[in-house]
Unconditional design. Sequence first.
Length: 385
Amino acid sequence: MLSILGAGLVAAIVCFGFLRSEALGETPTGWSLSGAVAGFLAASAFAGGLFRELENSSAGVEKLRQQYDMENQELRRVNKELEQKLIRGAPKPEEFETEVDERQRLVLSRPKEWEPVGASVFAFQRPERLLRKGDTFPPYVRVSYEPITAATPDPDVYYRELQQRFERGLGSRGGPYRSEIVGIGGEPAPIPSLKLVARTYVKTVLHLNLLTGQEERVRSIVRLEDFEAHVATRVNKVLGGRVPFGKLGWDQLSQWQDFQVRLRQEVQDELESGRLEYGDLAGFIEERAGTVASRTSTGEESAPVGQASDAAMDQGAEAAENITAAEEDMLSESEEVLPVAEMWVCCYHRGLRKVFFFEFADNSTDYRNSSAVFNSVLQSVRFLS
């Protein structure tokens, strides 16, 4: 109201003080007004009417908003009722229980005797089209959980037993590993969680999904011996199981065998350190083989790899270490065995009665950068109680 009176006063001063306007008015009681006073009253009356119009308009908008909220709430209530009817109406054979996943909007029935054993909550990975050249292992993140039951021990005992099982299971499948307790869930009360980091050896095989028509990678953790055997197979496959020289004696063949052993170890070291991408493996082996061929030749011109003389081939068949036919059949371009870095975080949530597992893996070359992405994912975790 004060703003309306102020606006009327300003209008009177401007119109009748500066612009020299004239005005004459008369009140209902017979009082006559002139000049600035009449202008002041007229401007105030106009501003007051405008204010009342705006006030009425605002009230109308607020009324419409309230009506919309009420209708929206009613629609949600009706929708909830329809969902409950759908759930109640879903087929449920005898001795079955109804299961509902609200996030995935899914309803189904499970046998009563079958107990929940946990499930995958999230699973995503970097698209292969975004990988660097030579990188054949897309990093992935997977989140799953298992229910806390009456038989589940308290967090401290659970974490200790989990780490003991992990250490026993790791064995020749990787190592070394490190562990620490981290907080998950944000402030003010992050949940103490067990974090494990280790190098493992992973076998990946491409399979065709008959329903989607897409190739999918199936991963499994294998032993160090499987990784060493796979490297040996790859080396022999590239070299063709033959010596790259002409007619050589047993000394040269022995040198070639020694070179193969050293090359396998070098390939393993390069892969584990991350200096060599798995996709660049064949070129790396060929480069090393070409170097040793020119260096070891004794007077005779070295034959290119795979073009040894018949005599050398006969000697190589007896002396050189070759892979078996069965190993050749097992080797496929769609199959890989390589060292990867993996991270697991186990979060025991009493309130939700669940133990959550956060898993991450990437090859040795990219682990430093991609693990920072995984840590950002962990920092974003919040639990809805």
